[in-house]
Write a protein that binds this ligand. Structure first.
Ligand SMILES: Nc1ncnc2c1ncn2[C@@H]1O[C@H](COP(=O)(O)OP(=O)(O)OP(=O)(O)O)[C@@H](O)[C@H]1O
Length: 296
């Protein structure tokens, strides 16, 4: 399979603290991938490594087969919108579109202008005087105008209103379907992701905890409710992701590797959102302990 982004044992530390550690993942071409994880999980760090703004302290990251930090030529194919959508604040949207045309090999300025006009963004007002959501829209329009083969977006919809969020995600999916662009977008708004993303990376304590196609991940996971479970293997269960117990009953979120044969378990399907929350809830405490080098 063709992989756009490959991380192997990737690590990055700030001072003595590892923000990303032994992170291994593969992002196949042509996907819209969600990067999720709690605050401080290392999502921005991973995106900055992928775009060559940071250099790994351990392991490797390769984008289109090359290490981005050492290979600035690869940047022509990567679009990146950072979390705080940094833009030259004294420039207007119109001026930024013109500037983009001068510094990029491929540039669809008409697409950016048309998009910004449709969204009612004032073309001649300095972007520093636009609202946070409008500034995010300008940054996204510029990133799309670059027509990148890989688009990295750090919480692109956080400052958008619900309508703008839906419109943006639809545009993204439409654009990707047409151009084959691979997208990796970090977000905390889990409800949006099931509709718009077909690939998932769950980052936890600096490691990729769950990676794969959304359909496969949803199909593989189940919630089991049954009599109190004391840890013995269950036929059809590969991994117990998390477990809750009362005196008499257990509720398990499991990754299956076959049908659950034992009729004492009630088997329920899970939404992607519930599944992600279960992974995150399970490892919240471990995350902090590991980051500080304390055993969980
Ligand atoms: N410039 C920095 N200097 C020191 N520590 C940093 C720096 N940037 C990030 N960190 C730390 O690295 C860890 C990972 O941060 P990162 O911003 O990558 O997480 P994140 O998953 O993007 O979080 P959020 O969802 O809050 O944006 C955190 O513990 C953070 O405090």
């Amino acid at each position: 399979m063709d992989h756009v982004l490959e991380a192997d044992g990737l690590g990055k530390r700030y001072g003595r603290r590892w923000a990303l550690r032994d992170c291994t993942l593969r992002l196949p071409a042509g996907r819209v991938a969600a990067l999720v994880g709690p605050n401080g999980a290392g999502k921005s760090t991973l995106l900055h490594l992928a775009v060559g703004l940071l250099r790994p302290d351990a392991g490797t990251v390769r984008v289109f087969g090359a290490a981005p930090y050492e290979n600035t030529a690869a940047l022509a194919d990567i679009g990146f919108v950072a979390q705080d959508t940094p833009l030259y604040r004294d420039f207007s949207a119109d001026e930024l579109v013109k500037l983009g045309g001068k510094v990029n090999r491929r540039w669809d300025g008409a697409l950016a202008r048309e998009r910004l006009a449709r969204l009612g963004i004032p073309p001649r007002k300095p972007v520093g005087k636009l609202s946070g959501g409008q500034r995010a829209q300008v940054a996204l329009a510029l990133a799309l105008a670059k027509q990148p083969r890989l688009l990295l977006l750090d919480e692109p919809v956080a400052s958008l209103d619900p309508l703008a969020r839906r419109e943006f995600l639809q545009t993204l999916m439409g654009g990707v379907a047409e151009s084959g662009t691979t997208v990796l977008l970090s977000s905390h708004i889990l409800a949006d992701l099931e509709r718009s993303c077909d690939f998932l990376v769950v980052l936890q304590a600096g490691q990729a905890r769950l990676t794969g196609q959304v359909d496969d991940i949803v199909a593989e996971h189940r919630q089991l409710v049954g009599p109190r479970h004391s840890g013995e293997p269950i036929d059809g269960v590969a991994t117990v992701v998390c477990a809750r117990h009362t005196d008499r009953q257990s509720t398990l979120l499991v990754r299956t590797d076959g049908p659950i044969g034992d009729p004492s378990w009630t088997v329920q399907e899970l939404s992607l959102e519930d599944l992600i929350l279960a992974y995150l809830a399970d490892t919240d405490a471990k995350a902090d302990h590991q980051a500080w080098g304390v055993p969980a």
